[in-house]
Design a protein around this ligand. Sequence first.
Ligand code: HEC
Ligand code: HEC
Ligand code: HEC
Ligand code: HEC
Ligand code: HEC
Ligand code: HEC
Ligand code: HEC
Ligand code: HEC
Length: 427
Amino acid sequence: MSLSQRNLSVLPAAAFPILVILIPASPVQAGSYLLSAHGDSANGVSRTSTAALGYAQGNCAHCHEPHASIQGSEPAPADGSPSSFLLFTTPFTNQSTSLCFDCHVDTGSRQTGGAITNRSYAYRAGGWTSDTLNDVQESFAFTSPGSSHNLSDIQTFIASQSWGYAADANPCVACHNPHAAQGDPENAPNATKSSTTRGWLISRPRQHGGNPWPLWGDDASERMNSYTSAYQAPYRFGSTSTYEPDGSTTQDGANLTDFVTFCTDCHNATNTIYSTNLGRNLRQIDWANEKHGLGSADEYIDMLPPYTAGSGSLGYVLSCLDCHEPHGSSNPYLLRQEVNGGALAGAITTTTGSTFSYLCERCHDNTTNTWQDIHHFTNDSAYARRACSTCHGGYPQDCSRCHYHGAITGSGGVNQTDYSPFNRRTF
Ligand code: HEC
Ligand code: HEC
Ligand code: HEC
Ligand code: HEC
Ligand code: HEC
Ligand code: HEC
Ligand code: HEC
Ligand code: HEC
C-alpha cells in the first residue's frame, strides 16, 4: 500500500477534524506518523475504550480525546475540562502516573491486550536477555541504591529552556516524539535489536521546536561514527565476535545513534540541572576533556578486548549508553547492570564504595594484580608507594573519590595534593 493510501485509511476518522479545529498548528507529519510505532495500523495505539467505539488501530483518537466528543470509559480529564493537547488524560502527574504509563505498563495497560512489554537498553542493545525488567513504568521506579531519571526534574528543566515545551509537557516527550518514535524492533517485545529490523526511538530535545520535530539517529549523519572516528562498540552479551547495539559485526558506531550529542543537549558544561535524587545540582561536564569522552588517556592503559591496551594515543570515545541506562537501573547513576559483553560481578550498592569497581573491570584489565597494578606498578606514572595511610584507610579504597566525570587529581583538583600525577583528569 502506498503511503498516501495508508494516510486516507488512518487519518480522517471521527476525531481528526475536531483536532485540527481545536489544535491550531499541526506539525504532525502523516508520513512519519504512519511509520511510527504508535501510528502503525497493525501494531500501533489502540486503547480498549476507544477501540470499542470503532477507532482503527493507530488512530490519533486513542491518545487525543476532545472531552465533549468521545464517550466511552474514561479516565476523564481530571478537572472536567479537556487535558492539555486534548489528551485523554493529564499528560504527566508524577514518577509513576502519566499518559504514557497508562499504556506502557505490564499489567492494567489501557492498550488492548492489557500489557506493553518494554526492555532495558542492556537487554535490547547489550543482548542481556536475563534482565527481568519488562515495562517502562518499572524502569522509572528504581530508588536508592538504584536510580531513575527524575521525570519532574526533567519537566522543570525542559520548560526552562527555549525549546518550545509547555510547563505541563509530558517529560517523556523531552526525548521521544510520540508522533514519530519507532520500535527497535517493532512489535517484538522480547527481541533484541537486530540489523535487519532497525527502528529509531528518540528525538533531540534541542530540536523540539522544529516543524516537523525529527527523529535522531535515523539519518547516517546522526550516528556515533559521524560524531567520532574513535568509537569502539562493546561486545554483545556472552560474545567475542558480535557487537552492540544490533548483534552484527559492525564496530565503528555506524549503526548506533549518536547518544553523546543527544544526552549533551542537557548534560553539558553550561546547563544548570537540579537533581532531586542527588539533592544537588549536577556537575557541569566538559566532554571535550573527559577521557571517556573526546579526551585521550594520558598514559598506558590496560584494557580488555575489544579495546586495545596500549598508549593513550588510541584516544577512544565512548557512548553514554555504553555505561548508562537511559531510564533507570537498580544501580546508582543509571549505571547498566551489564556492560561490554558481561553482567557486572554484583550490584553497585553505594556510590562511594568499592562495588563501584564492578563497572570499571568490565573494560579495564585488573586481573594481573587487582587494582594495585594499575595504580602502583605498571608503565603508568603510577602513584609511588610511600606513606601508605595518606591514601589508604583500607583496601581497596573508595574509587569514586578520584573517579567521576570532571574529576582532576592533584593541586587545583580534588585529591592528594602532594602526590603526582598532578592535575590529571581521572575520568
Ligand atoms: C501515543 C499518543 C499520541 C498519539 C497516538 C498522537 N498524539 Fe498528538 N500528542 C501527544 C502528546 C503527548 C502531545 C503533547 C506533546 C508535547 O507535550 O509537546 C501531542 C501533541 C499534539 C499536537 C500539538 C502540537 C505538538 O506536536 O506538540 C498536535 C497537533 C497533535 N498532537 C496531533 C496529533 C495527530 C493529528 C495525531 C494522529 C496523526 C496524533 N497527534 C497522535 C500524543 C499522541
Ligand atoms: C532522557 C531521555 C529519555 C526520557 C526522559 C525517556 N526516554 Fe525512553 N528511551 C530513551 C532512550 C535513549 C532509549 C533507548 C533508545 C535506543 O535504544 O535507541 C529509550 C527507550 C524507550 C522505549 C523502548 C524500549 C524497548 O523496549 O525497546 C520506550 C517504549 C520508551 N523509551 C518510552 C519512554 C517513556 C514512556 C518515557 C516517560 C515515562 C520515556 N521513555 C522517557 C530516552 C528517554
Ligand atoms: C531533556 C534533558 C535530559 C536529557 C536529554 C538527558 N538527561 Fe540525564 N538528567 C536530566 C535531569 C533533569 C537530571 C536530574 C534529575 C535526576 O537526577 O534524574 C538528569 C540526571 C541524570 C543522571 C543522574 C541520575 C541520578 O539520579 O543519579 C544521569 C546518570 C543521567 N542524567 C544520564 C543521562 C544520559 C546517559 C542521557 C542520554 C541517554 C541523559 N541523561 C539525557 C535531564 C536529561
Ligand atoms: C494508547 C496506548 C499508548 C499510549 C498512551 C502511549 N503509547 Fe507508546 N506505544 C504504544 C504501542 C501499542 C506501541 C507499539 C508497541 C510494539 O510495537 O510492540 C508503542 C510504542 C512506543 C515506542 C517505540 C518502542 C516500542 O515499544 O516499540 C515508544 C518510544 C513509545 N511508545 C513512547 C511513548 C511515549 C513517550 C508515550 C507518552 C507520550 C506513549 N508511548 C504513550 C501504545 C501507547
Ligand atoms: C565501557 C568500557 C569502559 C568502562 C565501563 C570504564 N572505562 Fe575507563 N576507559 C575506557 C576506555 C576505552 C578508555 C581509553 C580512553 C581513551 O583512549 O581516551 C578509558 C580510560 C580511562 C582512564 C584514563 C587512563 C589514562 O591513562 O589516562 C581512566 C582513569 C579510567 N578509564 C577509569 C575508569 C574507571 C574508574 C571506571 C569505572 C568507574 C571505568 N574507567 C570504566 C573504557 C571504559
Ligand atoms: C587517590 C585517587 C584514586 C583512587 C582512590 C582510585 N584511583 Fe584509579 N586512578 C587514579 C589515577 C591518578 C589514575 C591515573 C590516571 C592517568 O593515568 O591519567 C588512575 C587510573 C585508573 C584506571 C585507568 C587504568 C589504566 O590502565 O590507565 C582505572 C581503571 C582505575 N584507576 C580504577 C580505579 C578503581 C577501580 C579504584 C577503586 C578500587 C580506583 N581507581 C581508585 C587515582 C585513583
Ligand atoms: C597516592 C596515593 C597512594 C599511596 C600513597 C599508596 N597507595 Fe596503594 N593504592 C592507591 C590507589 C589509588 C589504589 C587503587 C585503589 C585501591 O585498590 O585501593 C591502590 C591500591 C593498592 C593496593 C591494592 C588494593 C586492592 O585491594 O585492590 C595495595 C595492596 C596497595 N595499594 C598498597 C600500598 C602500600 C603498601 C602503600 C605504601 C607503601 C601504598 N599503597 C601507598 C593509592 C595509593
Ligand atoms: C565509562 C562509563 C561511563 C560513560 C561512557 C559515561 N558515564 Fe556518566 N557516569 C559514569 C559513572 C561511573 C558515574 C558516577 C560517578 C559520577 O558522578 O561521575 C556517572 C555519572 C553521570 C552523571 C551524574 C553526574 C553528577 O553530577 O553526579 C551524569 C549526568 C552522566 N554520568 C551523564 C553521562 C553522559 C551524558 C555521558 C555521555 C556523554 C556519560 N555519562 C558517559 C559512567 C559513565
